[in-house]
Design a binder for this molecule. Structure first.
Ligand code: DAH
Length: 347
């Protein structure tokens, strides 16, 4: 290998070692620049005899071309490497999940109320809705709870310092029981003269208000009223329907129910309904979930019906309580604090 071949080889070697385009240009200058090796060889031609000059000059020019070719190769591969690196850095992983908008979900109490509605609908009950601002008469008087009677403090609520257009005092309803009166009166009017009158079978879930606030009471809470009135409806029917409801709601066939004597102005006799689970963390403990009873004759009269013919039962239960039991939650306030870390667990 002659001296020119060695020069080409050295150039190829140095070009290959240049890691960046800038260093490649420095290496180029050492061979092809103004005082580079090839330029010096060409300058040396001047002092050569004419016959040698021609062949030597041609050899140097071939050498120059080979070095230039090596330079262009290396430039291309450095540019390609740079492009590859850039493409890798900007690569899109099309298999990644896209960014979505946040999605809303239903509140656990809403889910619970929907569940209650579905079960009672399957048992032939209608679902009704009514006002949260009620008259004194609907919240209390019509339910056999006269003005100034101490039993009113059982459902102590927020009073609105305002009367409706008929001059009746208003309050935030302390229970859903006024819906018994509203629904039954509308039913009685609608079927006036129809013999026999179709039975009343309805539940009415919704928001209710009391002067109460701790881990198991909130000034705003939920109730679900139930009413079943007919000519042949008895306490036995209440037990069957409520037992079926609880077993369906908690998906537990061996759930126990207990009807404990109690007092409400609007029912006689009255009961509290307690349940006990046959397994799980609450096993064997009696938990109160609803008030109930046979509708008082004065209340049936306020429905616009004859208490000698139309009898039945009513109940009022707490969906918040049912949601707490079903989901294993021990503080009612969690439902109403609006903390998404809590609420998003239900969707
Ligand atoms: N309204 C009652 C309360 O809030 C619950 C209740 C008890 C409703 C007995 C009823 C009933 O319909 O029959 O404490």
């Amino acid at each position: 290998m002659d001296e020119l071949d060695q020069l080409v080889e050295r150039a190829q070697h140095e070009f290959a070692r240049a890691p960046t385009p800038a260093e490649l240009e420095n290496a180029k200058a050492r061979f092809l620049g103004k005082s580079g090796r090839v330029t010096e060889l060409l300058k040396a031609l001047a002092s050569m005899p004419a016959d040698e000059k021609k062949s030597r000059g041609a050899a140097i020019n071939r050498t120059k071309e080979r070095i230039e070719a090596a330079l262009y190769d290396r430039r291309r591969s450095l540019a390609q490497a740079e492009l590859d690196a850039q493409l890798r850095a900007e690569a899109l992983d099309v298999t990644l999940p896209g960014r979505r908008r946040g999605e809303g979900g239903l509140h656990p109490v809403t889910l619970t109320i929907e569940r209650i509605e579905a079960i009672f609908r399957s048992m032939g009950f209608d679902v009704a809705d009514g006002p949260e601002i009620e008259t004194d008469w609907m919240s209390f008087t019509a339910l056999n709870n006269p003005e100034n009677h101490p039993a009113r403090s059982m459902q102590d609520t927020f009073y609105v310092d305002m009367k409706d257009e008929e001059g009746r005092w208003l309050n935030l309803r302390p229970h859903t029981s006024p819906m018994q009166v509203r629904y039954a009166r509308a039913h009685a009017r609608r079927y006036a003269g129809v013999e026999p009158m179709p039975e009343i079978r309805v539940i009415a879930p919704g928001r209710t208000y009391r002067v109460d606030s701790d881990a198991t009471h909130s000034p705003m809470f939920h109730q679900c009223e139930g009413l079943w009135i007919g000519e042949n409806v008895s306490f036995k029917d209440l037990k069957v329907v409520f037992t079926d409801f609880c077993r369906a709601f908690f998906e537990s066939d061996d759930l126990q129910l207990r009807f404990r004597p109690s007092f409400f102005p609007f029912t006689e006799p009255s009961a509290e309904i307690d349940i006990a689970f046959a397994s799980g963390p609450l096993k064997g403990r009696w938990l109160e979930i609803s008030g109930a009873g046979q509708v008082h004759p004065s209340v049936v009269r306020n429905f616009g019906l004859d208490p000698e013919r139309h009898i039945g039962f009513a109940f009022g239960m707490g969906p918040d309580r049912l949601a707490m039991l079903r989901y294993g939650i021990d503080d009612l306030r969690l439902f109403f604090d609006g903390d998404l870390r809590f609420l998003s667990q239900f969707n």
